[in-house]
Design a protein around this ligand. Structure first.
Ligand code: HEC
Length: 445
């Protein structure tokens, strides 16, 4: 068996030397190992080609350093150490699988250039040495460090398998010592009290109207409760590799009918999330907060086609609206009334931009957690009515604010004949639902 493989390898090498010499020169002396040689889950090890002693009989060892327990979506540094008193060149391969043999978490190379992902086999990732990582001439032992982003703790115990080659640096497969090992890491034990969501504690994050009011898919919502995150204060979130807002922040994640909600900010008493667009057409959703593997009791959130809420300064749903003179960053508020921002009253006939959320379905939906596009724009399917000072205002745009997640904007013209003042009421109606009433300043310019 071993002989056949060696012959094949030799024959291939001759073939390569004749027709594609570049392949030989780009991997002088040590290609990365072929995938699926960790010795775990019925795989062979490097002994399929490398020989010198029997598996694990060379007087050295391979070991894997892992966390004591893992938490969902946390990235850990994993190290594989290959030791052998006689070796002077090194290699390894590692996989991370659930106990039933599926890929668990995500492996990625470390920053030192000694590790790399090699082709996956059957959906299983393999991380291995690079040519530089073989470190010819290094004695006694080497360590390979790389990253592992843990899966959700619902994946259960994770099995790491590694095979190591403590080689003699003769650029062949002979005289090498092969070792393998396996270690299992369970989800970290839950610590601290379970998260708890307040009754009717999920509200529109702009209007803060009571949680008995339905929320539209796409709305930016606040979830109030206790022990909602790991105690950290995260006012801001970020986008993942797919350009989607993170769904775990401060250790907390939120699902509605099992769909992960993007999280804008995370505090122990409040999580700001986006109601997933996937809930379109539902009338309720079951909301659960998960922290370190512990779930909150489920809360029922009413869902409806629209839930308009106008943002205010400061937040709270009343007072000065987050309303700017269109195409500027100047708030339509009494002059110098907002610290750190410019403001002035709007004039009748001027267009203002009203920042809001919960206006429901849009054209070109960007997808849950994704930034709205400016080209093409996403406009609301329903047409809103805007009243400024009790007079209907002409609406020139109603849709998602480009470059934001879940934020809508309405551009409306301050109607002629509106009473001037520092607190002129503004309200939106869309698809049968009414927003909070906020203020803007109207002057006589
Ligand atoms: C299918 C055959 C095959 C398997 C399986 C294989 N290798 Fe190799 N390996 C080779 C060949 C061929 C070379 C010699 C490379 C050359 O000369 O270009 C080599 C060379 C090496 C070297 C340098 C050896 C020295 O003495 O200079 C290291 C380190 C290495 N392999 C690591 C591994 C590890 C770790 C595994 C298992 C996870 C593995 N290999 C599995 C074919 C294999």
């Amino acid at each position: 068996m071993k002989q056949t493989t060696r012959k094949k390898t030799l024959w291939l090498a001759v073939l390569c030397a004749l027709f594609v010499p570049v392949v030989i020169f780009s991997y002088p002396g040590s290609p990365p190992p072929p995938s699926a040689r960790t010795g775990g889950f019925g795989e062979s090890t490097c002994t399929e080609c490398h020989f010198g002693t029997a598996l694990n009989a060379g007087g050295g060892s391979v070991s894997i350093s892992v966390p004591d327990g893992y938490s969902s979506d946390v990235t850990y540094t994993i190290s594989v150490t290959v030791s052998d008193p006689t070796a002077q060149r090194w290699g390894f391969e590692l996989s991370s699988r659930t106990q039933d043999g599926r890929q668990a978490g995500t492996l990625s190379a470390g920053s030192d250039g000694f590790t790399q992902l090699i082709p996956s086999v059957g959906g299983i990732q393999y991380i291995a040495h690079t040519l530089a990582g073989t470190r010819p001439g290094t004695r006694n032992s080497v360590t390979f460090s790389f990253n592992w982003r843990a899966p959700d703790t619902s994946s259960g115990p994770v099995v790491f398998n590694a095979a190591g080659n403590a080689a003699n640096n003769n650029n062949t497969q002979s005289g090498d010592h092969i070792y393998n090992t396996e270690v299992t890491v369970a989800p970290a034990a839950a610590s601290g009290p379970a998260p708890a969501v307040n009754d009717l504690g999920t509200v529109n994050n702009a209007s803060f109207t009571p949680g008995s009011t339905p929320l539209a898919p796409g709305t930016i919502a606040a979830v109030f409760g206790a022990n909602l995150n790991d105690g950290s204060s995260n006012a801001f979130s970020s986008l993942d590799d797919d350009g989607k807002l993170l769904t775990t922040l401060g250790g907390a994640s939120v699902t509605l009918n099992g769909i992960a909600a993007p999280i804008f900010s995370s505090f122990s008493s409040q999580l700001n999330i986006q109601i997933p667009f996937e809930l379109s057409g539902s009338s309720t959703a079951s909301l659960v907060v998960t922290l370190s593997g512990q779930n909150s009791a489920a809360q029922t959130v009413p869902i409806g086609p629209s839930s308009p809420g106008i943002f205010t300064i400061p937040p709270g749903g009343t007072g000065q609206g987050a309303i700017q003179i269109a195409n500027t960053t100047i708030f339509a508020a009494p002059t110098n009334s907002i610290s750190g921002a410019q403001s002035r009253p709007a004039a009748a006939g001027e267009i203002v931009t009203i920042y809001c959320t919960g206006l429901g379905d849009v054209t070109n939906p960007p997808g849950t957690g994704k930034l709205a596009s400016g080209d093409p724009l996403s406009t609301t399917v329903a047409t809103p009515q805007v009243n400024i000072g009790g007079i209907p205002a002409a609406v020139s745009f109603s849709g998602l604010a480009p470059g934001f997640v879940g934020l809508y904007q309405i551009n409306a013209q301050v109607p002629a004949g509106v009473a001037t003042g520092s607190a002129v009421p503004v309200v939106i109606n869309i698809d049968g639902a009414q927003s909070n009433t906020v203020n803007l300043a109207v002057g006589s310019q």
